[in-house]
Design a protein around this ligand. Structure first.
Ligand code: PMP
Length: 429
């Protein structure tokens, strides 16, 4: 296929007929494939099966003698805090190890801010006429859903090559006290794969905000999820905030969901002592304590930093060929055509595909009609609405390679078909 603009209408119609024939042939195969969510595949889950064997009838105590079978230990076991301190870039006393989901912890944090306010809030956020939250987009749909569900107004911030558009962020937060925070997935971002540059991190840490209780939700879900031996480097946000005189500005979240078993892992938060003390005050009302047995099990399994890094290399060996296949099909079929562009991530779980404006939802519909389920178009934007209708999140990890190949061949076919249909419609108008 050549550049659409260089083809005559007749040539476009001919190409369309050929591609439509290929599409019908795929439809006849009655595929049933799912590329919609960033889940690990069973081969990845198998890497953690020793989690089932690493505690025993005689091994259930921590080094300080805590019996993990019983109540107690609101903020998690000491070994788990030590194990994760390096990637949270925090001291053990600045860490809370919680239940099995970091999303739950983020949700609960914002609920508390709404109901009670943060330490320096003048009032609980729910008493304010309006609460707004910045949503760098395309971003993680479940983040946006949390703030939408709590009644906040979501403000879309475009992504640039190295993170959110900071000129816009700085301008908005300086002027509007109703803007209470920003969602950030700073490393191998979901879905763009971007890692925030040093300058973006420093500007987030230092920017003046009209709201005294402004918070950065620093969701480092992909902190150790590298696909190469030369991982992206991310500046230490807590250090940057402290240096700028804003030590309380950030909460860092992470979990073992995509290290071991999603929904059966352990989640964590790190923040200034002020923030952690505030959190503990609220946590103690909510729970007597987290599942310490699960925490101990993960400590025994992962052991230390080297253990985590080694384990993550095994994940990369399983999923790297999947990313490479998706990227090679995109390049082979769409490269140089000017009808799509895509991310080439160094880590994380997603490839972000941008079609021509106005095409993404039609591509997703067409793929679904031929049996391939993609993340709904628009899902990566606040309110599920992509203003340009061009972003599609591809999740290569879950399907087996052979299915992924079939799914991607259909996706690129749909992108070509929809792009030609749009060009023909434009010429006819
Ligand atoms: N944050 C991001 C950016 C994610 O992509 C995901 C899972 N897909 C989560 C959080 C969910 O994490 P958890 O399982 O710890 O709730």
């Amino acid at each position: 296929m050549s550049h659409l603009k260089t083809l005559s209408t007749e040539e476009l119609q001919q190409q369309h007929a050929v591609l439509a024939g290929s599409y019908e042939a795929v439809q006849a195969q009655k595929l049933k494939l799912d590329m919609s969510r960033g889940k690990p595949c069973s081969e990845q889950l198998d890497l953690s099966n020793d989690l089932f064997n690493c505690l025993s009838k005689t091994d259930y105590k921590t080094a300080n003698g805590t019996d993990c079978r019983n109540y107690g230990g609101l903020d998690g076991i000491a070994e788990a805090k030590e194990l994760f301190a390096w990637f949270l870039e925090s001291k053990p006393q600045e860490i809370i190890i919680g239940g099995s989901s970091s999303l739950t912890m983020m949700h609960d944090l914002l609920c508390r801010a709404m109901l009670h306010g943060l330490p320096e809030s003048e009032a609980p956020w729910c008493k304010l006429p309006k609460v707004k939250f910045l949503c760098p987009s395309p971003g993680y749909d479940r983040h946006f859903a949390v703030t939408e569900h709590l009644g906040m107004e979501l403000i879309t911030i475009p992504y640039l090559h190295d993170g959110p558009d900071m000129d816009l962020v700085e301008k908005l937060v300086a002027a509007d006290p109703a803007i209470k925070g920003i969602w950030c997935v700073p490393k191998y971002s979901n879905p763009t794969g971007i890692t925030y540059s040093d300058s973006v991190v420093q500007r987030l840490a230092a920017m003046p905000t009209a709201a005294p209780d402004f918070r950065i939700i620093w969701d480092n879900a992909y902190v150790v999820h590298h696909l190469t031996d030369t991982p992206d480097q991310l500046l230490d946000i807590r250090k940057a905030c402290a240096a700028a005189g804003h030590a309380d500005r950030v909460f860092i979240f992470a979990s073992t969901s995509k290290i071991n078993f999603p929904s059966a892992g352990i989640a964590m938060v790190a923040a200034s002592e002020n923030n952690v003390n505030w959190l503990k005050k609220h946590l103690t009302i909510q729970t007597i304590g987290p599942d310490k047995i699960n925490q101990l099990r993960h400590v025994r399994f992962l052991q230390n930093q080297a253990g985590i890094e080694e384990h993550m290399r095994k994940h990369a060996a399983v999923i790297k060929p999947k990313f490479e296949m998706v990227l090679s099909i995109l390049e082979r079929e769409l490269g140089g055509l000017d009808i799509a562009s895509w991310s080439k991530p160094q880590g994380g779980y997603f490839i972000s595909l941008d079609t021509l404006p106005g095409c993404a939802s039609k591509v997703v519909e067409k793929a679904a009609a031929a049996g391939v389920l993609l993340t709904p178009a628009g899902a990566t934007f606040p309110y599920g609405k992509d203003p340009e209708d061009k972003n599609i999140r591809l999740s290569p990890t879950f399907p087996p390679l052979s299915e992924l190949k079939q799914a991607m061949e259909l996706v690129v076919l749909c992108v070509k078909l929809v792009s030609i249909e749009q060009e023909l419609a434009r010429r006819a108008a």
